[in-house]
Design a binder for this molecule. Structure first.
Ligand code: PHE
Length: 345
């Protein structure tokens, strides 16, 4: 080999022009491949004598570098072309999809409940999660020393004033706001997030969701309440569902009741979900206390009403037999994906 051989290939590299990736690859093989012309010069270089080695070593290396650089350059500008001249990319391949999320079980239940009451003619009202004592307790006839007003049960944002700011412990506060500003009759449900200062366990959480309802008109009776709840229970849990009412106490209703539905798992025979009783407790309800109506400026001689409230996590637990409330808040995809196929409501 001699200097001429190197210069000749260098000129060839300088003049190299390729349109497609395939041509670039061919040029690379021709120059730098196992049997390429530059590779061959390196082979020959091994046998040249010492003086020539000194003379040719450097230009030979420079040639190789120039060839590599030129190939890279061409690669960057050449078009993607397959062997047959078609695009190297398979344009028929499906694209990468963004995975769609699915609805949270609590949202599914909430929507179902809202839809049922919408059919009965109820409006939906929402209100602030950070509330004042007046709307959460005072206007709802809670006596000043009621235990719910204790730090043990309620998260206070600021205390010590006449009307402390706190995280609402129920969405009954939205009912108060509705009574203050709406015209009668009122028929409303209030879904939303509520907060209670509870130790987190399988059965309790410091955050959960409620739907509360309120109906106020002339001559609303306990029979209307019973009928509304029975219709609701049958829409929600199936047409054979029965309800049972047990006497209870809430400061804002009189009389008050706790409502059970017949267990939709064992159909009243008794199982470990209903703890052998055949009944599942799902909500609290009652006739709105006249003091509550009067506090919001409604004439309790002329108007009466009923109210009810239920926890969404509890209903979702019963519906899908979830045994630990904490699953709802942990965002574990293995849990959430189980509801992907839950019916659209
Ligand atoms: N506010 C009650 C609670 O949070 C539920 C309820 C609402 C009870 C309306 C009776 C009437 O537990």
């Amino acid at each position: 080999m001699n200097r001429q051989d190197i210069d000749q290939i260098l000129a060839e590299v300088g003049a190299l022009a390729c349109k497609t990736q395939k041509e670039v690859e061919e040029a690379r093989v021709r120059l730098l491949g196992k049997k390429g012309s530059i590779t061959a010069l390196f082979e020959a270089f091994r046998t040249v004598d010492k003086d020539q080695k000194k003379e040719l070593g450097r230009p030979l290396n420079e040639l190789k570098q120039a060839a590599i650089a030129r190939i890279e350059e061409l690669k960057a500008s050449a078009v993607d072309d397959g062997a047959d001249g078609a695009s190297a990319e398979d344009l028929t391949m499906p694209g990468d999809r963004n995975e769609l999320g699915s609805r949270h079980p609590v949202s599914i239940v909430r929507q179902q409940i809202v839809d049922i009451f919408r059919k009965f003619g109820y409006d939906v009202a929402e209100g602030p999660e950070i509330e004042d004592d007046y709307h959460v307790f005072e206007a709802l006839n809670f006596p000043p020393n009621h235990p719910a007003r204790d730090m043990q049960d309620t998260f206070f944002v600021s205390s010590g004033h006449i009307n402390p700011i706190l995280l609402r412990t129920h969405t009954s506060s939205v009912q108060v706001r509705t009574m203050e500003k709406s015209q009668l009759p009122i028929r409303v449900i209030c879904p939303g997030r509520v907060f209670r200062n509870e130790a987190i366990s399988a059965r309790a959480h410091c955050i959960f969701h409620q739907v509360e309802g309120l109906y106020i008109d002339e001559n609303v009776t306990f029979a209307d309440l019973k009928q509304a709840l029975l219709l609701f229970a049958r829409e929600m849990f199936g047409p054979d569902t029965q309800i049972r009412m047990r006497p209870s106490y809430f400061p804002f209703t009189e009389p008050s009741t706790e409502v059970d539905v017949s267990c939709n798992i064992c159909h009243g025979k008794g199982c470990n979900i209903c703890k052998g009783t055949g009944w599942l407790e799902i909500l609290g309800a009652g006739m709105v206390d006249p003091n509550v109506l009067e506090a919001s400026g409604i004439d309790s001689k002329k108007y009466s009403g009923f109210a009810f409230g239920m926890g969404l996590e509890r209903i979702a637990m019963l519906k899908w037999q979830v045994n630990d409330l904490r699953h709802y808040f942990e965002n574990d995809l293995r849990f959430l994906k189980e509801f992907e196929t839950a019916p659209e409501v």
